[in-house]
Write a protein that binds this ligand. Structure first.
Ligand code: ATP
Length: 139
């Protein structure tokens, strides 16, 4: 059974973490904000309050044993890059990171991200595609 880590529990990260857990996977959820960690605590396997840019803390959480880590820290680009790099350096095989811009995405790939997502952009494309491919237009 795959084990997941989600770092940064904004709207996107919260949704990814709780969805994976609802699908039956083990999920370690990490955020710097104590309140958010409390809010998610009974909807994931483990919820931990920590600054993920602190390499020693990340190491002590056993992140390297996870199969997939999703870095969903948003507006703090510096933190998102640092955390992605640390997690990849620890040896996590598959790291997904959320980007805010094309340049941000480029840097995330450079520091080792295996996949970069743009939640708003990706969802916009999906909704648009669904609208033209489904029967919605036939009405
Ligand atoms: P969304 O659009 O998904 O709501 P966002 O782009 O607005 O997200 P933020 O709210 O800036 O993103 O960040 C997402 C989460 O990451 C927040 O809950 C924030 O507390 C957390 N976060 C920011 N920095 C760190 C850090 N160094 N370590 C752990 N968590 C962090």
């Amino acid at each position: 059974m795959k084990q997941f880590g989600v770092i940064g529990l904004g709207r996107f990260g919260f949704s990814v973490a709780t969805s994976l857990y609802e699908m039956g996977y083990d999920v370690l959820a990490v955020d710097i904000d104590e309140q958010i960690v409390q809010d998610i605590s009974d909807r994931v396997t483990h919820a931990v309050q920590a600054d993920a840019t602190d390499e020693n803390i990340i190491r002590s959480l056993g992140i390297r044993n996870l199969d997939v880590v999703i870095v969903t820290i948003g507006s703090n680009i510096q933190a998102s890059i640092m955390v992605t790099m640390i997690v990849k350096e620890l040896g996590v095989k598959f790291v997904v990171a959320k980007a805010q811009s094309d340049l941000h995405a480029k840097v995330l790939y450079k520091v080792g991200a295996d996949r970069v997502v743009f939640p708003e952009r990706d969802m916009g494309i999906r909704v648009a595609r669904n609208l033209v491919s489904s029967k919605v237009l036939d009405y």
